[in-house]
Design a protein around this ligand. Structure first.
Ligand code: SDX
Length: 389
């Protein structure tokens, strides 16, 4: 065509890159982490064990698991100087904006003292990231409330410690509800990794230049923030609040089908899954369990969500386009029931996905790799001369 260069097909490199970490079969709704189905990991494992599996490729022995957990615990505190970093933000700053900044700032504390060509230093970086993300995330919430930051506690498990740092105060220790802590841990498991999605591909591309893992994870946080990606859980809650009543569901279904309307049904659809997102099924059951435990099984938003899902799954538009609930559709209802503000939902996603991002970075830098350089199909002007005056 006029103006379009012809490219040697060899130049249009396939963007996909090899990995052994996660397998997705979108047509059949299958998600495997190192070969283990997500449904079995969600039921039988826990987040730190899944972290070990994603990094090392095998489930840990009891001894390895114990050592892994205690090492994570020894890294949960942050450098006291980092606390000052928060003061540069307004109290109403979006916590994802703070996380982009603070996680990137970890490079300033560790980058100069670490050699990432050394496997032992890469492993320390993993522990520092897994351990400090909940501490930093809870600090974002505390900063927004004006309450003092809470130090981590080594007598609590991963999810319980996060809830303690979120909701505990110096005057009133937080009583961890085991059902709620288990639900939070399951949310972490369901969000841990998901193959080469937008944010993970961002981390890989940043890492391919040799950037340090803290800066790469910060780039993943930025990519995850968008409402089409990790920001969808926050967008789902805001959508359910806007719908407000089951009687208004048909109006929003109609808007989602109207091409002239930019509105999309948040929490529905997926680039890869053209069947149920297996995580959504587990999340829905977890949602049911938590709402029952907290005595809010008649939560109006949960009722709207279930009715919205029922109607959409029977609607020819959604059936024909293979649009099903994804991981973000029910997670926000659980987080809200636990008392976590909507603005923190994507931060929770980023916390959980940190191990996925790190595992992909680690897999890439642990073998020979080249800098990523996606090619383009140029559709602009052909060469032309500057007009003579
Ligand atoms: C995550 O990649 C990952 O793995 C991501 C993730 C992970 O764990 O990392 O799974 C997490 O990001 C989940 C997705 C969260 N996002 C949302 O819930 C936002 C709402 N969903 C849509 O924005 C959308 O479904 C996307 C962004 C998720 C996918 O967009 P695509 O790739 O354009 O979807 P598609 O090509 O499959 O769409 C097919 C058709 C299109 O219409 P046509 O152009 O064929 O006419 O379905 C339409 C889309 O317009 N469509 C929707 C829709 N999603 C797709 N129409 C209405 N509502 C929707 N939600």
């Amino acid at each position: 065509e006029e103006g379009l260069f012809t490219y040697d097909p060899g130049f249009v490199s396939t963007a996909a890159c090899e990995s052994q970490i996660t397998y997705i079969d979108g047509a059949n709704g299958v998600l495997l982490h190192r070969g283990y189905p997500i449904e079995q990991l969600a039921e039988k494992s826990d987040y730190l064990e899944v972290c070990y599996l994603l990094i090392h490729g095998e489930l840990p022995t009891a001894e390895q698991a114990e050592e892994f957990r205690s090492t994570v615990k020894n890294h949960t505190m942050i450098h006291e100087q980092l606390r000052n970093f928060f003061n540069g933000f307004r109290r109403d700053a979006h916590p994802m904006a703070i996380m982009c900044g603070v996680v990137g700032a970890l490079s300033a504390f560790y980058h100069d003292t670490m050699d990432f060509s050394d496997e032992h230093h890469r492993e320390i970086a993993a522990f520092r990231l897994m351990a400090k993300m909940p501490t930093l995330a809870a600090m974002c919430y505390k900063y927004s409330t004006g309450q003092p930051f809470m130090y981590p506690r080594n007598d609590l498990d991963y999810a319980g410690n996060f809830l303690h740092m979120m909701f505990g105060t110096p005057c009133e220790p937080y009583q961890v509800n085991p059902v709620v802590a288990k639900a939070m841990d399951r949310i972490f498991v369901l969000h841990a990794d998901h193959e080469q999605n937008a944010s993970t591909s961002t981390v890989r591309l940043a890492g391919s230049s040799g950037a340090n893992p803290f800066a790469c994870i910060a780039s993943g946080i930025a990519a995850l923030w968008g409402p089409a990606h990790g920001g969808a859980n926050e967008a789902v809650l805001n959508m359910l609040l806007e719908i407000g009543d089951e009687s208004r569901i048909p109006e929003f279904i109609q808007r989602a089908k109207d091409k002239s309307d930019p509105f999309r049904l948040m929490g529905f659809g997926h680039r890869v899954y053209k069947n149920f997102d297996p995580r959504a099924k587990v999340m829905k059951q977890t949602c049911d369990d938590v709402l029952k435990e907290l005595g809010c099984e008649n939560d109006p938003l949960f009722r709207i969500a279930r009715e919205l899902e029922r109607i959409a799954l029977e609607d020819p538009y959604f059936v024909e386009k293979k649009l099903y609930p994804n991981v973000d559709f029910y997670s926000g209802i659980i987080l809200r029931a636990v008392g976590i503000p909507v603005s923190m939902f994507t931060v929770i996603f980023a916390m959980a996905r940190t191990i996925g991002w790190f595992s992909h970075w680690h897999e890439m830098v642990s073998s020979s790799y080249r800098i990523g350089r996606p090619r383009q199909l140029y559709t602009g002007h052909t060469a032309r001369d500057y007009p003579s005056k």
